[in-house]
Design a binder for this molecule. Structure first.
Ligand SMILES: [Zn+2]
Length: 75
């Protein structure tokens, strides 16, 4: 009992939430007609990923305004 236990629980919940909600975009790779997720890079300025079939790279810059579409296509 006590505030230490409460804080610990909040920390755990927070950590799990971050893990589950890692920023990503859904991408349709037109080259192979496959759907995959790409994830935010370490800098946090672009979503980067590769086609799971032919390894074509796709990069989606994060808009400075913060308004990113939730779906993109790779040519
Ligand atoms: Zn491909």
């Amino acid at each position: 009992m006590g505030w230490r236990e409460v804080r610990f629980n909040q920390y755990r919940l927070f950590g799990e939430e971050v893990k589950e909600t890692r920023p990503h975009l859904g991408i349709m790779f037109k080259c192979c007609k496959v759907y995959a997720r790409i994830y935010l890079n370490k800098k946090g300025d672009a979503f980067v990923g590769w086609c799971p079939k032919c390894a074509a790279k796709v990069e989606v810059k994060v808009s400075p305004t913060g308004s990113t579409k939730r779906f993109f296509t790779a040519e």
